[in-house]
Design a protein around this ligand. Structure first.
Ligand SMILES: C[S@@+](CC[C@H](N)C(=O)[O-])C[C@H]1O[C@@H](n2cnc3c(N)ncnc32)[C@H](O)[C@@H]1O
Length: 293
């Protein structure tokens, strides 16, 4: 691949997905795109770039998807899911006790392990959450990972990464060599293809956004833009969870750090919690419920 062809691919990828390829990633591009070129009947990456330059948008989408990194696993990093169970959910239950409706967005859901980890956590709290409507909207740029997520079918290797054995037994059934998540868990998550560079207003307002391990692939202006738009797509008393290597600090002031909760952020200028209603015992804000599972 010539430097000009590589530059064309870098620019196209950045424009369509926000993903930044550094100059030293040529080997990665070649290994991921050669199979696509061959499948399209093209003999070289030069031929692939020529087809893309002619405006083959469907081939371009295939190329962009092939350049995404979809690494994920169940209950990745543990802490965000512990925070969800012990702090975020209790705070939202207190704040939403009138509406009894919570909306969660898993904004780069990959093959579904993240939203299904949230769904299993919610399912475990079934008794506390009786009468509540909890929506989980899971989106990703890549249609191929979303197909897998929607099917909810995972290999032995995948279910051995992060998933407690008790949850495997309880929520999965074996189909051949694979494991499929239970229909009631699948029904808790709505999957949708969505590009984080596009307008969020079609998605509605969220109480909680999990946006983990995708901002790391964006440059600073794109991170700032996505975070600021997420702040606008979030209830003023909502929460944002980022990946372990990601932060809002030094980037935006639309979010602030939630003290003592690693990776947890809240929109700035949030409204105070509504005053407790006489008949309802208020749940403590950021306190532990159902502790010690
Ligand atoms: C490394 S995975 C993270 C999965 C999960 N959030 C986790 O932390 O385990 C990153 C995901 O971001 C998606 N992605 C990359 N660019 C995107 C964009 N512009 N819009 C939406 N999703 C994107 C990729 O397709 C990939 O599935």
């Amino acid at each position: 691949m010539t430097p000009l062809e590589y530059d064309f691919l870098r620019k196209s990828l950045k424009e369509r997905s926000g993903l930044v390829l550094t100059a030293d990633k040529q080997y990665l591009v070649e290994s991921r795109l050669l199979p696509i070129a061959r499948k399209a009947g093209l003999v070289s990456l030069g031929g692939l770039v020529a087809a893309l330059r002619r405006g083959d948008e469907s081939l371009m989408m295939t190329v962009v998807e092939a350049m995404t990194t979809n690494e994920t696993f169940f209950f990745r990093d543990k802490t965000p899911f512990e925070n969800f169970r012990t702090a975020i959910l209790p705070a939202l239950l207190a704040a939403r006790r009138a509406a009894r409706h919570i909306r969660i967005w898993s904004a780069a859901a990959s093959s579904g392990q993240e939203p299904y980890s949230l769904a299993m956590t919610i399912k475990e709290l079934e008794d506390t959450l009786a009468g509540w409507r909890i929506e989980i909207i899971a989106t990703d740029l890549s249609s191929s990972v979303l197909r897998k997520a929607q099917a909810g079918i995972y290999s032995q290797f995948e279910v051995q990464r992060g998933l407690p054995i008790a949850f495997l037994i309880k929520y999965f059934s074996k189909t051949g060599d694979m494991w499929q998540i239970a229909p009631e868990l699948r029904a808790m998550v709505k999957f949708r293809q969505f590009n984080l560079l596009s307008d969020f207003s079609t998605l509605g307002v969220f109480d909680l956004i999990f946006c983990r391990n995708v901002l790391i692939y964006f440059d600073q202006p794109t991170k700032i833009d996505v975070l600021n738009r997420m702040a606008r797509a979030m209830a003023s008393d909502g929460y944002l969870v980022l990946g372990a290597a990601e932060t809002v600090v030094g980037l935006v002031d639309s979010f602030k750090v939630v003290p003592e909760q690693r990776g947890l952020y809240a929109p700035n200028a949030r409204r105070p919690l509504p005053a407790p209603q006489a008949a309802v015992k208020p749940m403590p804000r950021l306190a532990v419920v159902n502790g010690g599972r």
